[in-house]
Design a binder for this molecule. Structure first.
Ligand code: NAD
Length: 359
């Protein structure tokens, strides 16, 4: 008999299992996917109990959605090389025997397309607020107890709040310290997240963020975006072009790089001292070109915006067709800035494969 050729079998849903000790519950998911990292696993715990576990498996996400049998207070994630994932949940009440894992909620044990599911949010708490410049702060945010999320390089999150009955959200890319000793774990510790945010007086969301008090709640999404880390593996030269807070997605990318950084005035330059330190200790692997569009009379550096002429002088020449994967130019800043950089790069002959715009 003939087997129809066009019927695609959907992949089987990975199996899971659980067991308990006096102190903890362990959920084991047998994904059969090799090479998973902690960036592929998210755990979102609401009120110590309602727990969503998401595991990124290629272009799909496996989700487990449970209302746990009892409260938990912490979690830990372990990944084996064969692709078995253990999510260990610490019992709030030690010694209490759980009769089941809990109630299965809608969406439980489903394998969904990564780009076709509702964005999920964490109920986070503001834990610190540290000034960076006259109008920019580092907001330190803690995920809810027991939750876990490592944000990959180049991905952003939505910060959302309700204002006059309307949900309003904006994208922010988390930052990590540029101190060479502290920046080891580039995707953070999986429990707290730091954002560098400029508070605009007439902004839609930032006045609310500016007025937030320590330990107040703030809604933060899972990580999103289309930056592909694999694009960094083959490159020999990485160029970052930033305007203002367009600096934030660049922070995690700063390895062997050149940063062209445009700002209005000297006091707008984010993390100026850290950048100088990085230049000093990087043995020429990190260079920064500052230019100011409205400098004070004391400014001794470059004046004006980043223009086509600046790019022509500061960038290596466009690569030949066989070397397209060796150069990556990342651009982020105000929309007119990003657009004008894109046009200038195209006019200078940089092929689109060498350009990534954070928009
Ligand atoms: P800003 O107003 O301080 O501007 C920074 C610099 O860009 C200034 O020197 C300005 O003169 C220059 N500039 C503006 N238009 C230009 C143009 N057409 N050509 C060349 N230079 C130009 O910036 P800001 O207030 O810090 O705003 C940063 C922007 O970056 C925001 O719009 C924010 O939304 C965006 N951003 C986007 C992402 C993302 O997409 N992932 C992340 C962070 C920030």
């Amino acid at each position: 008999f003939a087997v129809p050729q066009n019927i695609k079998k959907s992949p089987p849903i990975p199996r899971y299992d659980w067991y308990q000790s006096d102190k903890s519950i362990t959920i084991v998911v047998y994904t059969k996917h090799k090479g998973l990292t902690n960036e592929d696993i998210l755990v979102n715990v609401k009120n110590n109990r309602k727990t969503d576990i998401w595991i990124v498996l290629g272009d799909k996400i496996l989700q487990l959605c449970l209302d746990l049998f009892e409260e938990i207070c912490e979690s830990e994630v372990k990944i084996s090389t064969e692709g078995n994932i253990e999510v260990i949940l610490l019992k709030q009440e030690i010694g209490k025997k759980w009769l089941s894992l809990g109630k299965e909620l809608s969406g439980h044990h489903k394998l969904l397309p990564k780009n076709n599911r509702e964005t999920s949010y964490f109920d986070c708490k503001l834990i610190s607020k540290t000034p960076v410049t006259h109008d920019t702060w580092i907001f330190g945010v803690a995920l809810p107890r027991g939750s876990f999320m490592h944000v990959p390089v180049g991905r952003h999150l939505i910060i959302q709040t309700e204002m006059s009955g309307m949900e309003i959200g904006r994208n922010y890319t988390p930052v990590v310290s540029l101190n060479p000793d502290e920046a080891v774990n580039i995707s953070g510790n999986g429990r707290d997240i730091s954002f560098m945010i400029k508070v605009y007086k007439d902004g839609a969301l930032t006045p609310f963020l500016g007025s937030l008090k320590i330990s107040e709640t703030i809604k933060i999404s899972e990580h999103l975006g289309n930056f592909k880390f694999s694009r960094l593996e083959s490159i020999e030269q990485l160029i970052l072009i930033a305007g203002g807070t367009g600096f934030t997605p660049m922070v995690k990318l700063m390895r062997q790089v050149k940063l062209l950084f445009g700002n209005k005035t000297e006091k707008d330059i984010l993390w100026k001292d850290s950048l100088e330190n990085l230049v000093r200790y990087s043995h020429d692997r990190f260079q920064v070109y500052h230019t100011l569009s409205a400098p004070s009379p004391d400014w001794k550096g470059n004046n004006g915006r980043i223009t086509k002429e600046v790019l022509h002088k500061q960038l290596p020449p466009p690569p030949g067709v066989t070397d397209l994967d060796k150069l990556l130019i990342c651009v982020c800043g105000p929309t007119p800035f990003t657009n004008s950089m894109e046009t200038a790069l195209q006019e200078l002959g940089y092929p689109s494969e060498t350009i990534h715009l954070f928009t």
